[in-house]
Ligand binder design. Structure first.
Ligand SMILES: Nc1nc2c(c(=O)[nH]1)N[C@H]1C(S)=C(S)[C@@H](COP(=O)(O)O)O[C@H]1N2
Ligand SMILES: [Mo]
Length: 523
């Protein structure tokens, strides 16, 4: 070989290493992103579409001009999605090679280009329907790993041998190939993790929540119109989530069955289609967690659509002596609910809809129980698949042997949402400060809220319009505030006429008590 030929071979080798490095960078970025996406999907923490591949693909599809869409469908038929991904893969591979080649000479430029590409993918993720901040985690962490690899590769491996501190070519190709195999496995693992969630998501999208004959309405004035107060009806996405499930159970409605057995004349089993064929009702119910501390926000109000449990129980015909229904979820959680609360005239529902959408997977898709007036741990079983009619003497729910009371009626309570504790607030027009929040006494109804400043008298707050005894009420107090430090306390009264107790108690065993009290500085 002449010296020129030798140089040519060396150059081609360097280019190969450069391109390979670029591809490894891309692979690492995507694999890390897919893995984290899989974890988010399984955990039910994903809002929109955190997978950068699917997000970019989706964003592309949404923006495809009709002629191109038609062309794609005509050319590739039902394989049009496959074609899209193959196309995306090719474009991405080319971009990666290009970045690698650039990195051989100008590492800074290559790093910058990578940041731009990650930014584009992040923008696609952020603009997918339903996306929230957490969805950006996969692409951002993936991108960070990609940048590290880019610097590492071209800081050492990609250097011409003459510069020293370089890894020889054979080793470089070996490392590259190994990295590609490892990232392929990693990415595949992430996909597999998330795919169970996606199949159920697909089924969930097809569910139409039926209209009901008597829809519930949010009465005018239910909201007191103060910014910062918890919304009267809380969107599913913002709704608190409490359960024992490490990964959100993925229940396909097609395979869902609910069995009623135990102390019944007739065992009954219904499937999803049967449930959907039943006359559905709506109910506005504020769900409440027993673990809520005074001033905590483990509660939320929603409009639930479902079939009254009492209708199903009527088919099964409970035997005399039964006083409890032990509901069980697909993952083994159980709640023991007084039979009476499920059969009396309160609308305890086998709920399929939350705010007129299918339940989110984390809120129990496809079916959960919602029982007005009881804490969630003794009533609100998500992913419910089994109802055993039994007795409190014979059976106990999940939390009872763990130190929580067998029965859990909701205690009357209230919370200050604005101002926040330790806030410094300015007086508005008229020299007042709006103090506002929510109060609840599910199934009895809130009939009054009072506020106390420092050691003063209890003063009536203005209540938002009452929607139902099963829902919370907003309240507001226009406080004629004087400058300085103050404490504000709140208490609620229910329809029995009793004021909420000021005696403090921790959440266990049957719900916290005490007045929510905050400190503020008025300027
Ligand atoms: N399957 C199942 N359902 C469950 C639980 C659970 O751990 N597993 N927790 C209950 C508790 S303690 C509460 S407070 C409510 C919370 O419902 P949410 O997550 O939809 O707000 O669900 C109830 N249903
Ligand atoms: Mo709870």
């Amino acid at each position: 070989m002449t010296e020129q030929q030798n140089a040519g071979v060396a150059r081609r080798g360097a280019l190969l290493i450069g391109a390979l490095g670029g591809v490894v960078v891309g692979a690492v970025t995507l694999a890390v992103a897919e893995l984290i996406d899989g974890v988010l999907q399984r955990g039910g923490w994903a809002g929109g579409e955190p997978s950068p591949v699917l997000a970019v693909g989706g964003a592309f599809v949404d923006r495809t001009p009709l002629w191109l869409k038609n062309f794609a469908v005509e050319t590739f038929g039902t394989d049009d999605k496959l074609a899209l991904f193959v196309g995306m893969g090719l474009v991405l591979a080319l971009l990666c090679c290009l970045i690698g080649l650039i990195a051989l000479r100008r590492l800074q430029v290559a790093l910058l280009l990578t940041v731009v590409l990650v930014g584009v993918a992040a923008a696609a993720v952020a603009t997918r329907p339903g996306s929230h901040a957490l969805d950006l985690l996969p692409i951002l962490l993936g991108g960070a790993c990609g940048l590290l690899v880019l610097r590492g590769w071209f800081g050492r491996i990609g250097r011409p041998a003459s510069e020293g501190n370089a890894v020889d070519r054979r080793t470089a190709v070996g490392i590259g190939a190994g990295a590609l195999v490892a990232t392929a496995l990693l990415g595949w693992g992430g996909r597999a993790l998330g795919s169970a969630g996606r199949a159920v998501d697909e089924a969930r999208r097809k569910v139409a929540i039926p209209r009901v004959r008597r829809p519930v309405a949010v009465p005018a004035g239910a909201s007191v119109g103060v910014g910062g107060v918890t919304p009267f009806v809380v969107p599913q996405r913002d709704f608190y989530r409490i359960d024992t499930a490490l990964v959100v159970p993925q229940v396909d409605p097609a395979g869902w069955r609910l069995r009623v057995h135990g102390m019944v004349e007739h065992e009954v089993e219904i499937d999803w289609e049967t449930l959907l064929s039943k006359p559905m009702q709506e109910a506005m119910v504020t769900l409440m967690c027993v673990s809520n501390e005074v001033g905590g926000n483990l509660n939320g109000n929603a409009i639930w659509t479902g079939w009254p449990v009492r209708e199903l129980l009527a088919q099964a015909r409970p035997k005399p002596g039964a006083d409890m229904v032990l509901s069980r979820s697909v993952d083994g959680f159980t709640a023991g609910t007084p039979l009476e609360a499920l059969t009396d005239d309160r609308n305890a529902l086998l709920a399929i809809g939350m705010n007129r959408e299918p339940l989110a997977p984390k809120h129990g898709f496809p079916v959960r129980l919602v029982v007005p007036g009881l804490y969630g741990y003794v009533s609100a079983t998500k992913w419910v698949v089994d109802l055993k009619v039994t007795t409190f003497a014979q059976d106990e729910g999940y939390w009872t042997p763990r130190g929580w009371s067998a029965r859990g009626p909701v205690k009357t309570s209230s919370r200050i949402d604005v101002p926040s504790d330790n806030d410094t607030v300015q007086r508005g027009s008229g020299g007042t400060v709006a103090v506002a929040g929510v109060a609840w006494a599910q199934h009895r109804g809130v009939t009054g809220v009072q506020v106390r400043i420092d050691d003063g008298e209890w003063t009536d707050a203005r209540l938002g319009t009452d929607a139902t005894v099963d829902a919370w009420r907003q309240w507001v107090y226009a406080w004629p505030a004087s400058p300085g430090k103050h404490t504000i306390a709140v208490r609620a009264r229910d329809s029995t006429g009793e004021w909420q107790t000021g005696e403090t108690a921790p959440p266990d065993p049957d719900g916290s008590t005490g007045w929510h009290t905050i400190g503020v500085t008025v300027t």
